[in-house]
Each structure stands twice: as structure tokens, then as C-alpha cells.
Design a protein around this ligand. Sequence first.
Ligand SMILES: [Zn+2]
Ligand SMILES: [Zn+2]
Ligand SMILES: [Zn+2]
Ligand SMILES: [Zn+2]
Length: 303
Amino acid sequence: MKKDILYSLGQAPNGELVHIADAKQDISYVCPACHQAFVQRRGSRKRPHFAHKILSPNCTPETALHYGFKTLLFEKIQSCLSDGKALPIKWDCPKCAGFHEGNLLKKSVSVALEHSLGERQPDIALFSEQQQPVAAIEVVVTHAPDEEAIRYYDRRNIAVVVIKLNSDQDIQQLEADVLKPDSISVCPNPKCPMCESHMPKKRLLIIDGDCWNCRAPMKVAAIRGDMGYEPNLNSDDARLAAQHGVFMKEQYSKTVGDSYIANTCRRCGKFVGGHYLFIDYVAVPEYPRQELDAGYYCPNCQV
Ligand SMILES: [Zn+2]
Ligand SMILES: [Zn+2]
Ligand SMILES: [Zn+2]
Ligand SMILES: [Zn+2]
């Protein structure tokens, strides 16, 4: 994405960072990055912003945005911690293909800006009651944390939280009730006991359909995982389905050469094979359905 960054934060004489929308005409602000004098620009061609009074060749709006955002986020975290409030977050998880919600400050009692953790100095570090670093927050305008940094944090059980900024307008994210980091290196889902990878969540669909053979009303169960539809239900899924009125029976499939638990019609006894389960039931929007939480699964190990 192309970056679109203006200087939209100025530093007031008392040190406070002020957004251009809240800036007063009779106060002189300086650039938070290079501390040179700012003027306020409120033209019609661009949204309001600050500009250096005299050209400041070593200063970039990226640096100022990075500094401004991390400082404001640090202050927000500090005030949440001192008020004993949560800081709700939501993120898409590449490890389990699902999404998670939580409290960024769940394990933290204190926060530090630009604090050295030995080899690394994250923008913001969060610490546990035992003074152990539990999370490193990186505000990314130009450089994302490299692989080596991620490994360093991983080895120490420090979560890496990355927030990417493409525009000074991203500062508004700090006003939202829920912070949405671009990535977080931890997945709260349990790990597969066989392959150790984080398991995606799955849901059991209970579909109010008709028997494909005799057209009698027939409830049908199917599994939708965060990594796709699963052809088979395990015995726990089948038990949960039975509690919701689905009739399942062990059936032998010639195509698969094995038996499996299949949705079966109570009236005519015909069952729904894996492939037809999807096209004849899951993919038919006219059939009403409900979704039940069915725990986790491993698409690699079929557990
Ligand atoms: Zn500057
Ligand atoms: Zn996850
Ligand atoms: Zn596995
Ligand atoms: Zn039937």
C-alpha cells in the first residue's frame, strides 16, 4: 500500500502531543521528531496538517508518525493500567486461520517505552508482576521486525504485537474501543498433541434438510473448520449432533473402502456420503442451520 503521511501531531510547549484537529491557533507547536518550529496548514487541497517553519532536511513524516503513535499508545496503555482497565484487541491469526479477541494487558502490570530487553529494544514493552517482559509492541511505519527479532522474542516467550501504519490518519485507531494489531505472534488455541501446531477451531453445523432419497425431513450435521470443511465427524461431534436431533450411523463406503459415521435418514435408512454432504446440504442456503462450538481439530493429523 502506498503511504500517505502528513505531519498531523505537534508537540505543545508543555510536551503534550496534539492532533492538528485540536491545535489552537495561538499556541506554537514544534515537530515531535526534530523539535523544530511548526506552522499549521489548513488549506483546501490537503487535510489540515503541520509543516516545518524552516525546511528540516533530516526529518521525515514517517519518523514523526512513528514517534507520535508509539508515544500516544504508551500513554493509553499507562492510563489503562493505572485505572485497572482492559485494552481489548482483535486479530486475525495466521497460525490457526481463525481470529481472536482478548485483553492486550491481561498479563501485564507495567509498561515501558523504548526499554532495552538485552539485544532488543521494542517500541513498547509490557511486563508481568514478576517484572518479566511478556509482550513487545512494534509500531511499523518503515521497518517490520526481522525474523531474527521474532526468534529472539519467541525464545523468551515474549509475544510480538505489530501495528502497521500507512497514514497519519491511522492515529485514529487509538480512539477505537478495540485495538486491531496487524499481527500477534502467539495463538491462544491449544496445540495438536501429534504435530505441535496450533489447532484451528471447528463448528458443528446442524442443518434442517430433507432426505435426498425419500424427502422426509432430516437433520444433517457437518463440520466447518477455520481451515475448511472437514469430510468426517469424530465420535464427539456425532454425540453432540445426536443431542441436537441428528441421526448418525456407522456406514460402509465402497468409494472410500472404509466405514465412517454418516448422517442417516430415519425413515428410509439411506445415508449422506461426504461429497454430497457438502453439495446437497452445506451449500444449500435455503436449509436453515445452527452452528455449535465443537472445539479444535488438526487438519494434518485428523485428530
Ligand atoms: Zn521534524
Ligand atoms: Zn490462532
Ligand atoms: Zn497435528
Ligand atoms: Zn429417507
